[in-house]
Design a binder for this molecule. Structure first.
Ligand code: ATP
Ligand code: MG
Length: 352
């Protein structure tokens, strides 16, 4: 059993970030488990990769029960399967989607268009779920413009690593939080993450984090349907995606792109969240549909999507967001907060 667990864990480790098409399992020439100590003999297709491969093996196996110590040795002779040029029959799809250890449901929050309130929704949805009694984490995967540190008043927080070499998330308002913003030397550091760097940062973010046991991990994706979304979608076992939009034609047009991307990579779209749906005028308490009423519903029914909820536009949201005071926590009786609680309940039902 242990050997199967070990091979499964290694199979889940792709090596695209270091330019290899194989997964770790396909490089294994020999493994030997004596007690809780594992010896792995690994084929290195290229010189100079030894250190990174060793780290990857140790990391991939860190959660396998019964394995306490891993020794990695290298050989230049390929395993038999590779010599014959044959693929190891894994019975797995072309890409292996890994589960984040300890996390029951991973929910990606995406949008076709930027600035529609995706991060606001991701953060407040996470907090609403926590208030409902679930164990929740929030991962800011927007490596281009991380905004979670601001939204939750965590600016200046730096990531730490524990004795098991795992990143420790911050904790705020009862949820675990990690943002690429915690990795930067300062607020103003410009980061250009590209290609392998980007992919490595992302996978590290999910799999090398000590999330503990979580019912829900909410993933704030960058806007659009680029590399980040695809890498995550192909490599990570995501339970479902929610797509945030505003009821404007331009935003709705991009929802189409986002939903078809999720469908292509076989991630179920749980539904659409309509943000900035209407304005409640403080003087007459009437709802005003600034961007038009019923557009999102029409769009959703045309594409067979469910509307998970509609959030009003409220200046209190942006004022509080800038101060790190999420509205769900600071004003739970507000219409906006109530909308988030409603969405959180629907999301839990959709996934149960
Ligand atoms: N319901 C709302 N009412 C009022 N302001 C809102 C609402 N939702 C979001 N905002 C504000 O709109 C702006 C954009 O929101 P947010 O940063 O969450 O969008 P985003 O889609 O994550 O953007 P990006 O594409 O840059 O990641 C922020 O200033 C936010 O406070
Ligand atoms: Mg954002």
């Amino acid at each position: 059993m242990a050997v199967k667990d070990i091979m499964d864990a290694l199979r889940g480790e792709t090596l695209e970030d270091i330019g290899l098409k194989e997964n770790l399992a396909q490089l294994v020439k020999d493994i030997k488990l004596i007690g809780s100590e594992l010896d792995v003999l690994l084929y290195t297709p290229k010189k100079g990769l030894e250190d990174i491969l060793r780290a990857k093996v140790q990391n991939a196996l860190s959660d396998v029960p019964d394995v306490k110590k891993v020794n990695v040795k290298f050989t230049e002779t390929p395993p038999q399967q590779a010599q014959q040029g044959a693929q190891i029959p894994t019975g797995q799809p072309a890409f292996t989607k890994r589960k984040v250890p300890g996390v029951k449901h991973l929910i990606a929050v995406g949008s076709g268009k930027g600035g529609v309130g995706k991060s606001t929704v991701a953060a407040n949805l996470a907090l609403a779920l926590a208030k409902l009694g679930y164990r929740v984490g929030l991962l800011d995967a927007d490596i281009y413009g991380p905004s979670v540190p601001t939204l939750l008043g965590l600016k200046g927080t730096r990531a730490t690593v524990n004795e098991r070499n795992r990143i420790v998330p911050a904790e705020k308002f009862g949820i675990k939080v990690l943002s690429i913003g915690f990795m930067l030397p300062s607020e103003d550091t410009p980061v250009i993450w590209r290609g392998p760097m980007l992919m490595k940062a992302l996978t590290q973010f999910l799999f090398d984090v000590d999330w503990g046991e979580l019912d829900y991990l909410i993933l704030d994706l960058p806007p659009g349907t680029g590399d980040v979304q695809l890498t995550l979608a192909q490599n990570v076992d995501i339970s479902g995606a929610v797509v945030v939009t505003t009821p404007q034609d331009v935003a709705l047009a991009d929802v189409k792109k986002a939903t078809s991307m999720f469908k292509e990579v076989q991630i179920p779209v749980l539904g659409v969240i309509e943000n900035m749906a209407y304005f409640i005028c403080p003087s007459d308490s009437q709802k005003y549909y600034i961007f038009g009423k019923g557009k999102t519903a029409e769009f959703a029914s045309a594409y067979g999507l469910k509307i998970l909820g509609s959030i009003p536009i409220d200046p209190e949201v942006s004022e509080r967001s800038d101060k790190g005071e999420p509205i769900v926590v600071e004003n739970p009786e507000s219409e906006v907060a109530k909308a988030f609680y409603g969405i959180a309940r629907i999301v839990t039902q959709e996934l149960s």
